[in-house]
Design a protein around this ligand. Structure first.
Ligand code: ADP
Ligand code: MG
Length: 371
């Protein structure tokens, strides 16, 4: 296309643009796992069992007891932008599912060997489907299975040799990140049972098993981290003083757009005596409207307040932020972990005030350190 020295703009072939894009949808083992758990949750699963082999380098398998997949959808399952969850742009405002772009299965198929075993609520038998890297079904058989879906991802990144090599080299670290992703889900959905195991040299090691059912955040914390709430190791975050007072103290302007009126926050933080971990990111979990997010500004606030009470350690933080869905933009990054929030400053002020209130309630037992 450089005829007569011209450098003509041309559209990339579908194949080239596809491999560029899919490589960005799923960039890591933990990202793959997150997408698969999102799908299981969207399907209404109450049991989610993640099994990996050799830290995920051989296989990642996510088993759920959700609705299963309707046979009519088999041919398009791993095709680009195939989704059952979004049909028009205006649906964005009312989005209640984790998935909406129809890209995850397509990307995984392009990057690995995908097998799906599923039985839909209406189906008599289960089906086992294998897909090629274009997302076409290459084999299909009927198999016995209870209602639900298993998605098996083998040889992740085999079509991107450099990334594959990097993944295999850092597989232990990647596996730990994946555990963190599952912990993140487990803390936000105490009603669900999450299980995770890793098979290394033929030996299966159970890493996570949350109780599910009617268990509370406190119970899930105990099962994940061995943190004992009954010993006063974690504190429930006290919702701060009313918004108008927060505004006054932090010098924030009053706004008249009523849409963004309510910001609710609740959750748990380590007590001042018992911090959890030397690294801040270890055990800090933030959710906006129940969506796990990377919100370093919020963690920074927690760390700076916590430092006033405990200089040696970081705090565990499990924080739920609830805002009007219209005040939130989730479609910022491919992994959906970045959010834009209107009136972010008000949230920060409220959170800061809430933490001070939480710790001031127990100040009898822990003194604020002098600066
Ligand atoms: P999205 O989640 O954005 O719709 P995905 O590529 O993740 O896109 O999934 C494509 C479609 O496959 C989903 O819309 C859903 O209909 C179906 N699907 C994927 N995983 C599951 C599952 N575990 N249970 C039921 N249906 C699933
Ligand atoms: Mg999805």
């Amino acid at each position: 296309n450089s005829e007569k020295g011209h450098n003509l703009i041309h559209q990339l072939s579908e194949e080239v643009s596809r491999s560029i894009c899919t490589g960005q949808v799923v960039i890591s083992l933990s990202g793959a796992c997150r997408e698969l758990i999102d799908n299981a949750l969207d399907a209404g699963a109450t049991n989610i069992d993640v099994r990996v082999k050799e830290n995920g380098t051989i296989a990642l398998e996510v088993n759920d007891n959700g609705t299963g997949i309707d046979e009519l959808n088999f041919p398009v399952l791993c095709k680009p932008h195939a989704t059952s969850k979004l049909s028009s742009v205006k649906d964005f405002d009312q989005l209640s599912t984790f998935g909406f772009r129809g890209e995850a299965l397509n990307a995984l198929a392009a990057l690995s060997d995908v097998t799906i075993v599923t039985k839909h609520t209406d189906a008599k038998l289960g089906s086992k489907l294998r897909f090629d890297n274009k997302g076409e079904i290459i084999s299909k058989e009927t198999v016995p299975r209870q209602v639900g879906t298993t998605i098996i991802v083998e040889n992740l990144f085999k079509t991107l040799p450099v990334r594959r090599q990097e993944f295999v080299r850092n597989s232990r670290k990647e596996f730990l990140k994946m555990l963190n992703v599952i912990q993140t889900f487990a803390l936000s959905r105490c009603d669900l049972r999450f299980i995770c195991s890793n098979t290394v040299n033929g030996k299966r090691i159970q890493m996570i098993a949350t109780p599910g059912g009617t268990s509370s955040i406190v119970n899930v914390c105990a099962s994940l981290f061995g943190v004992r709430a009954e010993k006063g190791n974690i504190l429930e975050i006290e919702e701060a003083i009313p918004d108008d007072e927060v505004r006054a103290i932090y010098g924030l302007q009053d706004r008249d757009d009523k849409v963004f009126e309510e910001i609710k926050i609740y959750g748990y933080i380590s007590s001042c005596e018992v911090g959890h971990g030397r690294h801040s990111a270890d055990r800090q979990f933030v959710y906006v409207n129940h969506r796990p997010v990377d919100y370093s500004k919020v963690c920074k606030i927690a760390n700076s307040v916590y430092q006033q009470f405990n200089r040696g350690q970081y705090c565990m933080l499990i924080l739920f932020i609830e805002v009007d869905p219209a005040a939130l933009d989730v479609n910022v990054s491919p992994d959906k972990r970045t959010v834009f929030l209107h009136e972010e400053k008000r949230l920060f002020a409220k959170f800061h005030a809430s933490l001070l209130k939480t710790f001031s309630q127990v100040l009898g037992s822990c003194k604020e350190l002098p600066n």
